[in-house]
Design a protein. Structure first.
Length: 418
């Protein structure tokens, strides 16, 4: 009798939670009949487990597992954390928040490395964009959320994280030891690459980097730059607001980005502030598969406003906002409630690999050249860092050369027309 009572409580609590999730996800309260219809399979499965499972089931464990599967099946950035998991996160946070300099997402339901901070701990230890994280300090993370994995990677400054990764170029997992360091965004780089072409390198949009970018952009112009290259390769952190502010330096008016909920209602619209505009110099933007989030807001706005030509490879596709929902049980749901769009209506984060991210106007290297480079530098050695560095440096050099070539041709066309 007691067991059946627990099942009834479980079903009712699950219904309330799932109904609330549906309401939040869809942007409005759904009809009761529709909610019951959607949950009927779940409730029927619970009853079958309770009646027919070979052992007396732990119903709380069943509910937690069901909730985790439900929420994390939505998208990479939604998560369900039990009261105990939340407490573990807070405990690790109290122990230290030094990190390894990495931006994570999910692909094929596995933790995926989008980018590593330039010259940061992860990069120095050999972690690479494209790696799949399997375990952290002996804890398997294949069934964990991004939130949990990021927490496991953090700790006291100077402590070491043992990270196991799978990468497509190796037949065996790579075992890395990474020293945690305090989060200090890479400073913005600025230099002249040709007589009158300035290069602004931004590998992070965290901290005070946008203000640094503003100062260094003005310095390049004062030094005689007549055309500019904005390098956003490997930049996948920072807030949407910081991305919008950087885009504003090049876009005098109009929409920078907007977000919509599930039913298509606009949640937020961010517009350019004319007072923050700096320059209308010809502009090329370098992007790659490690460009994500706030940097994609920049790339999308500059592309749609025809303020820049995007050169390189398609960006990763990180563009959603999350809401934290606390439950009476002490558990927490992190739920994606809106997606981000470029001014012309391109959804940055799509469910399909083909449509997610922002495509370059000029692909560099092109598919044939990229394939040739992969063949030339194929690696499956225990120490393949030399070959990997050669591949990365070659691609980086060729992308910058392509941007310089494009801008010089544009300058020549302007002079000829004049």
């Amino acid at each position: 009798m007691l067991h059946k009572w627990k099942l009834t409580v479980l079903i009712l609590s699950a219904f309330i939670v799932l109904y609330g999730v549906s309401a939040a996800f869809y942007g409005k309260v759904v009809a009761k009949d529709e909610a019951y219809k959607e949950l009927s399979v779940f409730i029927d499965a619970l009853r079958k487990i309770n009646d027919d499972y070979v052992e007396s089931p732990d119903l709380q464990k069943v509910q937690d597992g069901a909730m985790r599967g439900l929420i994390e099946a939505l998208d990479p950035y939604s998560a369900f954390l039990t009261k105990e998991q939340l407490a573990a996160l807070e405990k690790r946070k109290a122990a230290g928040m030094a990190g390894i300099g990495v931006a994570l997402s999910k692909r094929a339901d596995l933790i995926y490395v989008v980018s590593t901070e330039r010259n940061g701990p992860a990069e120095e230890a050999g972690l690479r964009p494209g790696d799949y994280v399997i375990a952290v300090d002996g804890v398997n993370v294949e069934d964990k959320s991004i939130v949990e994995t990021e927490s496991l990677l953090r700790g006291p400054e100077g402590s070491k994280a043992r990270v196991s990764v799978f990468r497509s170029t190796r037949t065996k997992p790579a075992e890395l030891e990474i020293t945690r360091k305090a989060d200090v965004p890479m400073p913005v780089g600025a230099r002249m690459v040709e007589r009158n072409i300035g290069l602004l390198e931004i590998s992070s949009l965290g901290g005070a980097t946008v203000e640094q970018a503003r100062v260094k952009l003005k310095t390049l112009i004062s030094a005689g730059a007549q055309s500019l290259i904005l390098d956003l390769r490997g930049c996948a952190d920072g807030s949407l607001a910081e991305g919008a502010e950087l885009a504003n330096f090049f876009v005098p008016e109009g929409v920078i980005y907007y977000s919509k909920n599930r039913v298509g209602e606009k949640v937020e619209e961010v517009r350019s502030n004319p007072a923050r505009f700096i320059t209308d110099h010809p502009l090329a933007v370098l992007i790659n598969g490690s460009t994500g989030g706030a940097a994609e807001v920049v790339a999308g706005a500059l592309k749609d406003h025809k303020r820049a030509t995007l050169i390189g490879e398609k960006t990763f596709g990180i563009g959603s906002s999350q809401k934290r929902i606390s439950l009476k049980s002490g558990a927490v749901i992190v739920l994606s409630t809106a997606k981000i769009y470029t001014p012309n209506g391109k959804m940055i984060q799509d469910d399909t690999m083909r449509n997610t991210g922002i495509k370059p106007d000029i692909q560099a290297p092109d598919e044939d050249r990229h394939q040739d480079l992969l063949v030339e530098t194929y690696y499956d050695d225990l120490d393949d860092s030399g070959k990997y560095k050669k591949l990365r440096d070659t691609i980086s050099k060729e992308q910058i050369e392509k941007a310089v070539e494009f801008l010089m041709k544009s300058q020549a066309s302007v002079k000829k027309a004049a």
